[in-house]
Ligand binder design. Sequence first.
Ligand code: PMP
Length: 368
Amino acid sequence: MDSRCSVEGEARCTGGGVSFSAASGPLPPTVIDAVAAACHGTAQARSILSLPFTSPQYKTLQADVDARLRRLLDIPAHFRVLFVHGGASAQFAMVPLNLMGEGGRAVYVDTGHWSRRAAAEAARYGRIIRIGTSDAPTPDAAEWPIGPDAAYCHITTNETADGRQFHALPAIDVPLVADMTSDFLTRPLDFSRLALGYAATQKTIGVPGLTVVIVREDLLGGALPITPKVMNYAAQAEADSRLNTPPVFPMQVAQLMLQWIEAKGGVPAMAAQLERRSAAVYGTLEANEDVYRLPVGAAQRSRVNPCFQLANEALTARFLDDAAAAGLHDLRGHPQTGGVRVSLYNGLDEAAVAALIHFLDDFAQHLQ
Ligand code: PMP
């Protein structure tokens, strides 16, 4: 197999080809260059790799990431932005520990793999009511059986493994908590509907190691007594997210990605780019319906992680091999769902998307 990248344009083909991985999103070449420069350090700035978190340079960096997030997402002043370790999976525990209250109950909307993982972890700390099925509950949230005494209702805005997405935040009467890990900063957020949103940064704004929690201030302070201190939102807020050593390097990458997003036109530009790209992918799949099957109904299809099956399942391995030979990697579906999955995270290059569309068409035509 030719390991040279067949994708032309701005895409950087380190390792031979481009990745459509769902696990970690690509960084644009200009961001990679800026990260490298930050690693080396300059006359004005110390290397990020050994920068003490107590230094004025780090504090300025963290404050800048906070300010950029607020600007990009229009975060209201009564929300705190926390920066923590442990990935989105740590939030599966931190959310109930901090918000459920003694003897409380919470509602988890089951839309797929990641919402089930969140619910299973929360069940260790309190009473969980699961609503919805893999087909997702009715889009009309007024009909969800939440009940008035739920401490909160948890949703996964984009089911990374299943390719299913809420295209708008539901309007509900109890605090809405959202795992936004795979569509963070891909579209504007309606903070009038949100009480707490969290996202690990490795998919849309950086590398693993940093999780952003955006939480309404009045929800701080009710953690269960068993909550470890580093997992206590109020303690983290009090310490300005420096209760212990924060994820310094991922913070640097996030700053550079946020700068890149701003230069591209901000969140509306990311949303428009994604809408165009996902429409092109789904359009190509639909145009070749003899070859590709779309398991998720149009109203719930993820713009970020389109998932599909080969109509003849036996062809999946050949599809993945041919794609890899064309320099298009990491298209295998999640182990729980199988099939093929495309991830269209913010940093993905236009040339990579064009090459994928071309390949989807070409593969289908050659089967005719
Ligand atoms: N939630 C969603 C929606 C995800 O896609 C993932 C990771 N794929 C997670 C949670 C878990 O994130 P982490 O690996 O950072 O714990």
